[in-house]
Design a protein around this ligand. Sequence first.
Ligand code: VGL
Ligand code: ZN
Length: 199
Amino acid sequence: MADEALVIIDLQNDFCPGGALAVAGGDEIVPLVNDLVRRTEHVVLTQDWHPAGHSSFASNHSGKQPFETIEMPYGPQTLWPDHCIQGSLGSDFHSGLAWTRAELVIRKGFRPEIDSYSAFFENDHATPTGLAGYLKERGIDTLTLVGLATDYCVAFSALDAVKHGFQTTVRLDACRGIDLNGSLETMLNRMRDAGVTLA
Ligand code: VGL
Ligand code: ZN
């Protein structure tokens, strides 16, 4: 329907097996995502897009290891292996993804000093990416979210989508999670409590 959009979160090489921040089974979702692309009028992609030396990389913090958490001016921040560096092979969309029909690519995490999990806001939960305005201006009120990773970028995007008043479904069969310290269960509960439909 014309008022619905499919939002594909970070289906990029670095989040797939063999990538720098591989999500188990990340590439398995590609055929299902492609089916949804064919069936949805509006398709939007997000692309994790970090400059080298980004503040979310553990390598930028002496004595810190990937998957540790530190306090940043905007709140707690998990540190990651270097990933999705702008223009690198790892930042490319998975080669099997039917991305050509996407009408918009929202890049995120490109400011060195702040990370961005959500497709709608940077991790200060205040700086908008512009996606909500784009969707609303086009009359879209219903979103289906798929992609990587369920418990980080997909979940934070879904929570913000609901805050913006979008009717929001996460297709769990077309997502895969990182699951760090129980993050998958935590974020599934948070999404459910916020009114996200988990399908
Ligand atoms: C993501 C960690 C760091 C994600 C992106 O796409 O879920 N996770 N950057
Ligand atoms: Zn990232």
